[in-house]
Design a protein around this ligand. Structure first.
Ligand code: FAD
Length: 337
């Protein structure tokens, strides 16, 4: 069996793990990153790349800071980011009121309640335009974040168990033990496997995703301006791709949705917007994303012995939260160092 020592070991090479590793590496920390699969193949692979603000009064300013940070980061790393507006839409009067109130209550973050018919899809006479949003090339971002000389990435290494002794933590893998002064769990929905304490904090979601084949393929362009659309805080999303294609995703967040078929939900939305009857949808399910009750990520320290930190629950605003989470984790890494 091989042994490896690391100053900081990050378990999980999705958006969260990569962002934390890069943040620490830039501050001269030597970081090992391991992932049970290849880099970015879990929830991060499914993300539509839309970086936008959380439409809740509690989190809008924080996600604005995260988004600004993300913009600086992507421009420094040369990773592709394309500024765009996003329209948040509501299908119930309560949600619509909440969006309207938000546009009035939170100044200076580029919100506008719009009734412009050219921006809105059929059946909607108003929506919240969030000007300060962007489409991000996530694959490229992950590669660039992890390219730092202070970062060592090992793929196909699954951590099976953690054991702490004194100030050290041992990550036990099949053919490898990694000894680290600090371990960060960035394993998203799988976090309960390494920490029973956190298992209850994970709430799974199910959903389905779909992409149009080509700009001119079997799918006609929707009859509106083509900005990304988010319905009911990510119950459904429609996002234009680079080449004029379209990507859609539908989510089932609640236990009361247990008997619903996510692909059928997705098709229902796509039909509503004149996008035909797309057949090729693929499902993802529990374990693809996690969320906390108030929509904010959980960041903290697990134990007194050793140092095991966690970053959990980025949810559907993962891109805007990730830089904030990386900062918070780094602050804990540097405490009592
Ligand atoms: C369909 C869909 C679309 C989305 N679109 C957007 C979007 O447009 N914009 C946005 O901001 N957010 C979006 N999100 C949310 C976003 O994808 C997540 O917030 C983000 O990807 C979470 O990243 P993560 O690194 O925490 O998790 P993950 O990407 O799930 O990474 C966790 C990693 O940990 C590894 N791992 C787990 N256990 C172990 C172990 N024991 N040992 C080693 N490795 C382990 C896994 O292999 C995995 O690679 C979307 C989500 C979905 C499902």
């Amino acid at each position: 069996m091989d042994d490896l020592t690391a100053d900081v070991l990050v378990i999980g090479a999705g958006l969260t793990g990569a962002m934390i590793a890069a943040h620490l590496a830039e501050r001269h920390v030597r970081v090992s990153v391991v992932d049970a699969q290849r880099v970015g193949q879990a929830a991060t692979r499914r993300a539509l790349g839309l970086a936008t603000l959380s439409p809740s009064q509690a989190h809008i300013q924080q996600t604005k800071q995260g988004l600004d940070h993300l913009k600086r980061l992507t421009s420094r790393y040369g990773a592709l980011l394309q500024s765009c507006g996003v329209i948040q839409l509501a299908t119930s009067p309560e949600r619509r009121r909440a969006l309207q109130q938000l546009s009035a209550a939170v100044p200076d973050v580029g919100l506008e309640w719009t009734t412009r018919p050219d921006l809105l899809p059929p059946g909607f006479d108003g929506g919240l335009l969030m000007r300060d949003s962007a489409l991000v090339n996530l694959d490229l971002l992950l590669v660039r974040l992890l390219r730092h000389p202070n970062i060592l990435v090992r793929q196909h290494v699954e951590v099976l168990r953690l054991e702490s002794a004194g100030h050290l933590t041992y990550a036990l893998c099949r053919d490898l033990t990694i000894m680290a002064r600090c371990v960060v769990l960035a394993t998203n929905a799988y976090i309960g496997l390494l920490s029973p304490y956190l298992a209850d904090s994970v709430r799974g979601a199910r959903g389905a995703v779909w992409s149009s084949q080509s700009p001119t393929g079997s799918v006609s362009r929707p009859p509106y301006a083509g900005l990304p659309l988010l319905f009911d805080d990510w119950r459904f999303a429609l996002v234009p791709g680079k080449d004029g294609s379209l990507h859609g995703a539908a989510w089932l967040w609640h236990e009361s949705d247990a008997d619903k078929d996510p692909s059928e939900e997705l098709r229902r939305f796509l039909r509503q917007f004149g996008l035909g009857k797309p057949e090729q949808t693929s499902r993802w399910s529990t374990g693809a994303t996690t969320t906390t009750d108030d929509g904010a990520p959980l960041v903290g320290r697990l134990n007194a012995e050793g140092k095991v930190l966690y970053a959990l629950g980025l949810g559907a605003y993962g891109l805007a939260w990730a830089p904030i989470v990386a900062e918070r984790v780094a602050a804990l890494v540097f405490t009592d160092r």
